[in-house]
Design a protein around this ligand. Structure first.
Ligand code: NAP
Length: 272
């Protein structure tokens, strides 16, 4: 895995943007970003179809395709059919990584058994989870085979740093990769005015970069966290790829820490 991937949520919603969205993903691949994150949930499968179109004709072995199963499909009854439907829409015969989208009602034992069965049959290479807090990870580790989970995808951006208190250290200790979703705080929409923040702009000025690029460079600053920003145009994709090359200085990081401190105590997991 590498430190930046491409998100796809909210793609395929506007026919007028479709060509740009496909071009953005292809631009990303051309620039060396090989991980694409999607889900059966997005656009009720329409986003996987769009991703399938974007990757058609590319060297599949060079790509890392991640999709997710919704919790209500994560048991013996539905999971294989869900996975097969995702593969069909994506036009591929395996997923590099399959995630449980968030904790649900199906017992973890059953979900793990289904993931392992898909893996044994070659439909997926590896599996993981998303929106799992420390107690969820501990429960997963108590299940037979649960420790085969390789990744947890969680909300992480400058204004949502709660995972740093105990989830991120837990994952590091247990060899579980952290995938940071909404690393741009959804383009600054969620955190109103974030793009205009003076500290963020001062750091951006020092790097001849945009505030959004700094948010992204910050999310990937440890060289381990895999951030998956969504770019709906080749221009945004190029900015994001550039951001992956920005190294924040200790002074930048200290300024950002003062302005956007991590919480002192563990809050409940923040998620969308
Ligand atoms: N596991 C989960 O539960 C979960 C939840 C949420 C998200 N995700 C995944 O994480 C991905 C990323 O999260 P997200 O889509 O919520 O939000 P995000 O990546 O934080 O932000 C996306 C927004 O940022 C804008 N943007 C992208 N690059 C930009 C740039 N260089 N300059 C200015 N604006 C830029 C995009 O606009 P344009 O479209 O115009 O480029 C879009 O409005 C999702 O797409 C999805 O794959 C997973």
């Amino acid at each position: 895995m590498q430190t930046m991937g491409m998100g796809t949520w909210h793609m395929a919603e506007d026919a007028n943007r479709r060509a740009d969205e496909i071009a953005a993903l292809r631009e990303g691949v051309d620039l060396g970003v090989k991980l694409i994150d999607t889900a059966e949930l997005y656009g009720d499968g329409e986003v996987e179809t769009l991703v399938g179109e974007a990757i058609r004709g590319l060297d599949r072995s060079e790509l890392c395709i991640v999709s997710k199963v919704i919790p209500s499909h994560a048991g013996h009854k539905d999971m294989r059919a869900s996975c097969e439907a995702s593969l069909k829409r994506l036009g591929t015969d395996y997923l590099d990584l399959y995630l449980l989208h968030w904790p649900g009602a199906v017992p973890l034992e059953e979900t793990v058994a289904c993931m392992e069965s898909l893996r044994a049959d070659g439909l997926i290479r590896r599996w993981g989870v998303s929106n799992f807090d420390v107690d969820d990870m501990e429960a997963l580790w108590r299940v037979p085979g649960g420790d085969s989970c390789v990744a947890n995808q969680v909300l992480y951006h400058l204004e949502s740093r709660g995972v740093e208190v105990s989830l991120k250290p837990w994952m590091r200790d247990h060899g579980v990769a952290m995938m940071a979703y909404s690393p741009l705080a959804q383009g600054g929409r969620l955190a109103y005015g974030l793009r205009d923040d003076p500290t963020l702009n001062a750091v951006a000025g020092r790097h001849d970069a945009t505030p959004v690029q700094i948010m992204l460079a910050w999310a990937m600053r440890d060289g381990e966290t895999i951030a998956i920003p969504k770019a709906g145009s080749p221009a945004h994709m190029r900015l994001n790829v550039e951001a992956a090359g920005i190294t924040l200085t200790p002074d930048d990081l200290a300024a950002l820490d003062r302005r956007f401190p991590a919480p002192a105590r563990k809050p409940p997991l923040d998620w969308l």
